[in-house]
Ligand binder design. Structure first.
Ligand code: SAH
Ligand code: SF4
Ligand code: F3S
Length: 448
């Protein structure tokens, strides 16, 4: 095997999928770094490329298979190069991934990452580790993060909700919660190192528990960590969202008034078949209750159309819901059958062309709602956390409101993680822009 200066092969990790996968890649980088591996800056110059994959929709898997085709060409140029497939697709497809893409050297599911140093250095030609491990797995590893001010912190792994369309419980296994002590000590050390924003991650953070402590308690404890300016969290499953959580959000300065609350459908009949365990009425109650406490709440969601049995009338109910609730943003998807899930066996599939026609209609309606809700911000003064220079114009920066909206503003002295008070002046495309103001000149009034 080619050796880098450290004597160990150098590694490059590419990541597909959700924030939890991205945080896992940071964890893997930390783990490999602690084991003495060097990390390559570009995949072409690495000795080993690891692809951390997603299985949530067929499209996500197709992208990875395409990418592995390109990597097969890269691998042929030198006999020592190796390719590892990690994450949800490694777990779902396992050893037969090698029949689809013979270039793959090792296949490791989300519970097997502690074995990576050994698998990378080993010569085993057929390393496959897709065992589920019941315990919490990755305590004590310090992830290597890209950002120096904003960090994801995973609070639980896996999911037991078995929404009928979803592959995640099969790829990630049962839910396992990290202990409060482990989570808080990671967050305290991040704050000491200068991190200002923390996003707590789990497939359903609302079901996190440690003994008597629930997620609302964890949020309050996190917000009390010295030096943190902002605490975010995702994803919230509506079935487990409590009034205690909304109170913790509203009463705690550092917890951002933002809920990512996937609704999936506006039709009770479809929600029931999806096994979501709430109905439209309950969803609307949560939204009302949250907005009563937090008038400038940022509300985002996931919506899926074309689920088996979805009629035009069901679809209309979804459109009606998005206009009634008025989400700031919606991540929209056409249903993609996942083999092994309950819904894959439902016989009343919606034809593909109908699914994609509905998706296009949904995107158009949400775009109009997004634009309306953005325009409501014009004239407001708000504190944003500066993030990075705008890729379009070096004289401008991007930052985010506490409610989660991106704002473009003039660069003048901005630095990552530093708060700036902005008066919103307009909307470009769907992005807010504004000018820096002195809060004192504004009578001290700054909204969430
Ligand atoms: N744990 C989160 C969602 C994780 S997956 C939750 O419970 O809300 C992210 C989103 O992908 C889901 O909210 C859903 O809208 C979408 N999704 C999941 N499985 C899908 C499938 N089979 N087809 C299309 N979209 C899917
Ligand atoms: Fe999938 Fe449902 Fe679990 Fe979310 S809560 S990961 S949609 S099974
Ligand atoms: Fe994809 Fe796995 Fe996340 S299926 S969405 S990477 S949990």
């Amino acid at each position: 095997m080619e050796a880098s200066l450290s004597g160990r092969p150098s590694i490059f990790i590419e990541t597909y999928g959700c924030q939890m996968n991205k945080n896992d890649s940071e964890l893997i980088r930390g783990l490999l770094n602690e084991s003495g591996y060097s990390l390559a800056e570009h995949w072409e110059s690495a000795d080993v490329v690891l692809v951390n994959t997603c299985s949530v929709r067929e499209h996500a898997e197709r992208r990875v298979l395409g990418r592995l085709g390109v990597l097969a060409g890269w691998k042929r140029l030198s006999p020592n190069r190796r390719i590892g497939v990690l994450g949800c697709m490694a777990q779902r497809i396992g050893a037969s991934l090698r029949e689809l893409r013979p270039c793959v050297d090792f296949i490791v599911g989300p519970d097997g990452y502690r074995r990576l140093p050994e698998l990378i250095s080993g010569s085993s030609a057929s390393a496959v580790d897709t065992a589920f491990r019941p315990e919490e797995l990755y305590g004590g590893i310090r992830p290597m993060r890209d950002s120096g001010f904003s960090a994801w912190v995973t609070v639980s792994r896996g999911c037991v909700n078995f929404c009928s369309y979803c592959i995640v419980p099969y790829t990630r296994g049962a839910e396992r919660c990290r202990t409060a002590g482990d989570i808080l000590s990671e967050i305290e050390s991040l704050a000491v190192r200068g991190f200002r924003e923390i996003t707590l991650l789990g497939q359903n953070v609302n079901s996190w528990r440690d003994g008597d402590m629930d997620f609302a308690d964890l949020l309050r404890r996190t917000a009390a960590v010295n030096g943190l300016l902002r605490v975010r969290f995702m994803t919230s499953h509506p079935k487990d969202l409590t009034e205690r959580l909304l109170d913790a959000m509203a009463e705690t300065q550092a917890v951002c008034p933002h809920l990512h609350l996937p609704v999936q459908s506006g039709s009770d009949r479809i929600l029931e078949r999806m096994n979501r365990k709430y109905d439209r009425k309950r969803y609307m109650e949560i939204v009302r209750s949250a907005r009563e406490r937090m008038p400038h709440l940022g509300l985002t969601t996931d919506i899926m159309v074309g689920f088996p049995g979805e009629t035009e009338a069901d679809f209309e109910l979804t459109l009606d819901l998005l206009e009634t609730v008025r989400f700031d943003d919606a991540y929209t998807y056409a249903y993609s059958p996942r083999s092994g899930t309950a819904a894959a066996g439902f016989e009343d599939a919606v034809p593909e062309d109908v699914r994609f026609r509905r998706l296009a209609g949904l995107i158009e309606r949400q775009r109009a709602v997004t634009l309306q809700t953005r325009k409501e911000w014009i004239g407001r003064t708000t504190e944003i956390l500066a993030e990075r220079p705008s890729p379009r114009d070096p004289d401008e920066w991007l930052g985010r409101t506490a409610s989660g909206l991106t704002v473009v503003f003039p660069a003048g002295g901005a630095a990552p993680g530093v708060p700036v008070v902005i008066r919103i002046e307009g909307v470009r495309g769907l992005t807010l822009y504004g000018r820096t103001v002195d809060p004192i000149d504004n009578g001290g009034s700054v909204c969430g």
